[in-house]
Design a protein around this ligand. Structure first.
Ligand SMILES: [Ca+2]
Ligand SMILES: [Ca+2]
Ligand SMILES: [Ca+2]
Ligand SMILES: [Ca+2]
Length: 466
């Protein structure tokens, strides 16, 4: 039996990316409960969790989309962390889109309910849960169809349906937990919690790290310090896990945290580089970091936040070489003629993606990028300035044809600019009809000194046939 940890290799493409998970050895043990069983009855007949080196792995089956499996977790002490994973995308054969609920031992109280990974796009839950109290838990695994009560309309596949599920108690691989003796230090910068960010084995141009902590009071401030990689990087700090306890009628996940945080990235001069109060639509803070330099991550309660029952947070730090992105070449990219060319990377099924990053160095700077399209392709983007913690306000994206005809413009207000078919889109996708090159013109206002002047755009192009 081995631990299975997610190993993000390109977290900065999380907005459109799909991540592969590692896969280890498992025991198989079939178990079924009637689909209409209550949580109380399910928890009373749950499969006992038996730890093996603080890991519990279970491969099982349920009889159709309406059934659920229940597990009983022995008493864990307050302050423990539980990593909850499913691996259904690794199963060959009939399976389902899993939803995991954490309940109290008797199944009368819901503590968390998670359908998918907020950090990267996967139907399989992967989240860290923090125990505020010493207690035992009941964990329920059900299909998305059962969660949303839509199984009547769903096409029933042949039973039984397989699932794979793993719990890890206090996992510590690539992970920092804030010290248990959490005091507000006299100097939070010299007394910060250090983390070592090192380049990963599979990708020497990148480094990743988990961070977990608790806001003990409304005034609590947690400061972590690290040295950036030995190259210029774009560094993202993701908040992995949605607040609340989820919606029992489906659609909204919650990992059970009552913390709403403000994140700051601070440089060695103690100047704030980026600041964000993350939420479901703006879950990530981003900045370009200088090589081999000291930085701090400061976590506090968001403005007007009141502490609740379980005020924990899960952060994921991802640094990647800027050379993996289309960075603006110079300040002379102010016109269509001098546009920076964007190199899209071909993905699966006729999709092409790229990430454009840059800075608006002066009040009058504009940056123009050129994207080659073919007629019939669908063009989608997401652009962030203040939405990822930079000091740029009113980030404006205009698109133009080669002859200078404006196609569309959009301004970032309280949410990222997003041209897609998704629920958070500000506009729909663009369709490349008659033009072959599309020009992206970025402008904005700088109103939040000393924050950075950084912006980024994720681009996704799909062939018509897709
Ligand atoms: Ca799911
Ligand atoms: Ca703390
Ligand atoms: Ca420029
Ligand atoms: Ca620029």
């Amino acid at each position: 039996m081995s631990n299975n940890y997610a190993t993000p290799t390109a977290a900065t493409t999380a907005l459109f990316g799909i991540l592969a998970l590692l896969w280890g050895c498992h025991s198989t043990d079939a178990f079924q409960l009637d689909g209409h069983v209550t949580d109380e009855a399910g928890c009373a007949n749950a499969i006992p969790v038996v730890w093996n080196d603080n890991v519990f792995q279970h491969d099982g089956t349920v009889d159709g989309l309406t059934d659920a499996a229940f597990f009983n977790v022995p008493v864990m002490s307050a302050g423990s962390w539980l990593l909850v994973d499913t691996f259904n995308d690794q199963i060959v054969g009939p399976t389902f889109d899993p939803v995991v609920s954490i309940l109290n031992a008797t199944g009368t109280q819901r503590l968390a309910m998670v359908d998918r990974v907020a950090l990267w796009q996967s139907e399989d839950p992967h989240f860290h849960y923090h125990l505020a109290d010493t207690q035992s838990l009941c964990i329920k695994i059900e299909s998305f169809s059962r969660w949303t009560h839509s199984y009547a309309a769903a096409q029933m596949p042949d039973a039984p349906l397989a699932y794979s599920f793993q719990l890890s108690l206090n996992p510590d691989k690539d992970t920092i937990y804030e010290p248990e003796t959490d005091v507000v230090a006299e100097n939070p910068f010299t007394d910060s919690t250090p983390l070592t960010l090192s380049a990963s084995e599979d990708n020497p141009d990148a480094g990743y790290h988990w961070l977990h902590g608790v806001l003990n009071t409304a005034q609590d401030a947690d400061v972590y310090s690290f040295t950036s990689l030995n190259m210029e990087t774009i560094t993202d700090i993701f908040v992995n896990g949605e607040t609340g306890i989820g919606d029992p009628y489906g659609g909204v996940s919650g990992i059970g945290t009552t913390a709403q945080i403000t994140l700051q990235l601070i440089d060695a001069d103690e100047t704030i580089v980026a600041e964000l109060s993350p939420d479901r639509i703006k879950p990530v803070l981003s900045a370009v970091l200088a090589p081999n330099s000291r930085y701090y991550i400061r976590v506090t309660g968001a403005p007007d936040w009141m502490p609740g029952q379980n005020n924990f947070y899960n952060l994921y730090l991802a640094s990647e070489s800027v050379q993996n992105f289309d960075m603006e070449t110079a300040s002379d990219n102010n016109t269509l003629d001098n546009a920076t060319k964007v190199n899209l990377t071909a993905g699966e099924s006729g999709s092409y993606s790229g990430i454009v990053i840059g800075t608006l160095e002066t009040e009058t700077d504009v940056d123009v990028f050129q994207i080659a399209l073919t007629p019939g392709q669908m063009f989608m983007l997401q652009c962030l300035g203040a939405s990822s913690g930079s000091g740029l306000q009113n980030l404006t994206v205009g698109t133009f044809e080669a002859n200078g005809t404006r196609v569309r413009a959009d301004i970032e207000k309280n949410t990222p600019i997003e041209w897609s078919t998704g629920p958070n889109s500000t506009r729909g996708p663009l369709w490349a009809d008659d033009y072959e090159d599309l020009y992206l013109r970025i402008s904005g206002d700088y109103r939040r000194s000393p924050l950075s002047r950084f912006y980024q755009c994720y681009i996704l192009v799909m062939d018509e046939a897709y």
